[in-house]
Ligand binder design. Structure first.
Ligand code: G1P
Length: 291
């Protein structure tokens, strides 16, 4: 079973400036909690018990958020604010641990994943890119289905969704014989990072959720710099695919790219209207705007 997940959070978030100038983009709030909490909860819902943050010196507030804050807890307890105390102490279940390793230089996503090599050891692991929020349409999440499929087939799972043709140059794109149904996986023939629009093998884009075998680490060690002069995870997956089956898993849920400002606003709207306490009032506010 896959129990470990790597979350690369060392990026400086230039797409989200000025907000990300002095707070990590992952800590920008979507409704009432930081974006990264949604991603970690998604991992925990899929059975992940160890979260490995690949981080940077400017991102300590992420580690602090998932740590205890004794002073705050004591203050809330003394003031008998037990509801808030429960909220901040139950962000993660007790069996889940969050550890961090540093990415000393910004050499790309592949390099970030490689920084966690000694922590994952010989086990398979998941990778979740925290810019993207995945909102499920059903109770069982897509990552759970990918992990089940990995356990059954032993093939790496790469989550994909269809994007408009003119956007393919912004993503990793997979080459498949045909598009699988939502919730299903298909063996891929190839994968390429940010292809030109007229060279893309399909319009199925890599969403930022991966389930990978430990041997991807050896492949990453041999991966030269690729697109954007960075060590690309996509290139190591392409090398893995030459050795064994790698599958594209087509997601059922909906994605929000919180690394972009408009994607972030869309996420706030969607998560806001479904918030158990604020949702109804928020919907009314939107109606009052009468745009
Ligand atoms: C990364 C991956 C890319 C993937 C994308 C999803 O790119 O390299 O394959 O499609 O995340 O968000 P980035 O957005 O970091 O440039």
């Amino acid at each position: 079973m896959i129990k470990k997940a790597i979350l690369p959070v060392a990026g400086l978030g230039t797409r989200f400036l000025p907000a990300s100038k002095s707070i990590p983009k992952e800590m920008v709030t979507v409704v009432d909690r930081p974006a990264i909490e949604y991603v970690i909860k998604e991992a925990v819902a899929a059975g992940i018990e160890e979260i490995i943050l690949v981080t940077h010196s400017s991102k300590a507030s992420i580690e602090n958020y998932f740590d205890r804050n004794f002073e705050l807890e004591t203050t809330l307890e003394n003031k008998k604010k037990f509801d808030l105390l429960k909220e901040i102490t139950e962000i993660l279940p007790k069996h889940v641990s969050v550890i961090s390793v540093r990415q000393p230089q910004p050499l790309g996503l592949g390099h970030a994943v490689l920084c966690a090599k000694s922590v994952v050891g010989e086990e398979g692991f998941a990778v979740l890119l925290p810019d993207v929020l995945v909102k499920e349409n059903s109770t069982e999440n897509d990552l759970t289905r990918m992990i089940q499929r990995f356990d059954a087939s032993k093939a790496a799972q790469i989550m994909v969704e269809a994007v408009p043709e003119h956007l393919v140059d912004q993503y990793g794109i997979v080459d498949v014989a045909h598009s699988p149904k939502e919730g299903e996986s298909i063996v891929m023939q190839g994968i390429v990072e940010k292809p030109a629009v007229d060279k893309a093998p399909s319009n199925l884009s890599v969403v930022g959720r991966y389930v990978l075998p430990a041997k991807i680490m050896q492949l990453l060690e041999q991966t030269p710099k690729g697109a954007g002069n960075e060590i690309q995870l996509t290139d190591a997956i392409a090398a893995l695919q030459k050795l064994e089956n790698v599958e594209a898993y087509r997601m059922k849920g909906q994605t929000f790219d919180c690394g972009s400002k408009i994607g972030y606003l869309k996420a706030v709207l969607h998560y806001g209207v479904e918030h158990p306490k604020l949702g109804e009032e928020f919907k009314q506010l939107i109606q009052e705007l009468n745009l």
